[in-house]
Design a protein around this ligand. Structure first.
Ligand code: SAH
Ligand code: SF4
Length: 361
């Protein structure tokens, strides 16, 4: 079996090599992290791009078995932010030179939803003179809807594949035509065809998931040639069907450690993409996002959702910062990022370098 040292030296990451890296411990694990840190510094710089996260609505038509805001969970008060609230959050981001926001929500389709988002995009452009870049994370939509949103000014889209193994996907979703692996894949391809910078990702430490699945996830990202990645540990939620398997899960610490390794390996495999240090990582470890920055992540998404809605957007339990206003989050975050030795790229859009490289070739 190849040693971690040899694998990093050769830089040839096939499934076998990735498995060795995912299983590394002690000094070998440290070597992996050092290499990822160097790679980040060399290819994307020690800069962190901020995306203000707006959790627009928790209405969701879907029933993913792992998610707290699934349609079947009647415990949350369902909300949708008003246009004014979204514009206020967008203005906060713009004035604080975040340069970019992400609008995320439960999945809904139909003309009313498509038109509302389209309209909002126009309003955001008008309010900020087009200075604020908008990323959408609104699930699977028709090509027509994606085209409309693209034309209205959204140029990045986040849609996680969740798991790249179709059989595992089926175990984590209801088996019906609304939760179809192929449809997910088609949506990702469609986004790419239209010209979006495409971000995808997976959850780590799910029930039934193996190390081989995680290695395949990384290979899938390379094969699909993604521009951005957002990966985080799976965190169980009591009021979801998947909760019944909680006893079979890896301890949270191990899930966190695996997530760090996934970030580090992906940074070395895909040197110029954007990788998010996700909130789920911070949920397990108070310094989780900073630790992710040290092993290759370069994007952080501070939460700009009005505090009154946050307790109703709990995809998983123990989500952090649900009682902190955006202003408090901002100063806390700055200090943390400096501690990690990175610098916040204020006022920079921070487009995926990979996207630029692949579209100008
Ligand atoms: N509805 C949209 C966006 C909101 S969900 C969508 O599904 O794409 C955003 C992400 O939250 C999902 O992609 C999923 O990866 C993550 N998520 C949901 N439940 C989770 C859980 N229990 N633990 C960790 N991440 C979770
Ligand atoms: Fe809805 Fe997204 Fe949660 Fe699935 S993961 S239930 S689509 S919010």
């Amino acid at each position: 079996m190849l040693s971690v040292n040899k694998i990093l030296e050769k830089g040839d990451f096939d499934k076998q090599a990735i498995l060795v890296l995912l299983n590394s411990t002690g000094n070998e694990r440290q070597l992996l992290f050092e290499k990822a840190k160097e790679t980040k510094a060399k290819y994307v710089g020690r800069k962190v791009y901020l995306r203000g996260l707006i959790e627009y609505s928790n209405y969701c038509a879907k029933n993913c078995l792992y998610c707290g805001i699934r349609a079947g969970n009647s415990r949350y008060v369902r909300y949708q932010m008003t246009d004014e609230e979204v514009l206020e959050a967008a203005e906060f981001a713009w004035k604080n030179r975040y340069a970019s926001i992400v609008i995320q929500s439960g999945e809904r389709t139909g003309e009313t939803f498509a038109a509302t988002i389209e309209n909002l995009l126009h309003k955001i452009t008008a309010k900020t003179g087009g200075a604020l870049h908008v990323t959408l994370s609104l699930g699977e939509q028709s090509e027509e809807t994606y085209l409309r949103w693209y034309a209205a000014g959204a140029h990045r889209y986040l849609l996680r594949i969740e798991v790249s193994n179709p059989l595992l996907y089926q175990k984590l979703h209801p088996v019906d035509k609304f939760h179809d692996y192929q449809a997910r894949m088609e949506a990702l391809k469609c986004l790419k065809r239209i010209g979006f910078q495409v971000g995808t990702g997976v959850m780590i430490g799910l029930p039934f998931q193996t190390m081989a699945d995680l290695a395949d996830d990384l290979l899938f990202f390379r094969e699909f040639d993604i521009d951005m990645a957002g990966m985080g540990p799976y965190i169980e939620h009591e009021h979801t069907p998947l909760f019944q398997y909680s006893r079979e899960l890896l301890p949270l610490r191990d899930r966190f450690d695996l997530a760090l390794k996934m970030v580090a390996i992906l940074r070395i495999m895909m040197k110029d993409i954007n990788i998010a240090a996700t909130t789920a990582m911070q949920t397990i470890d108070g310094q989780g996002r900073e630790k992710a920055l040290l092993v290759g992540a370069n994007v952080i998404m501070p939460n700009l959702t009005p505090v009154k809605y946050r307790q109703d957007y709990l995809l998983y339990e123990n989500k952090p910062c649900i009682d902190e206003e955006a202003e408090e989050c901002k100063s806390c975050l700055e200090a943390r990022i400096h501690m990690a030795g990175d610098e916040i790229a204020y006022g920079e859009w921070g487009d995926s370098k990979h996207f630029k490289n692949r579209t100008t070739e």
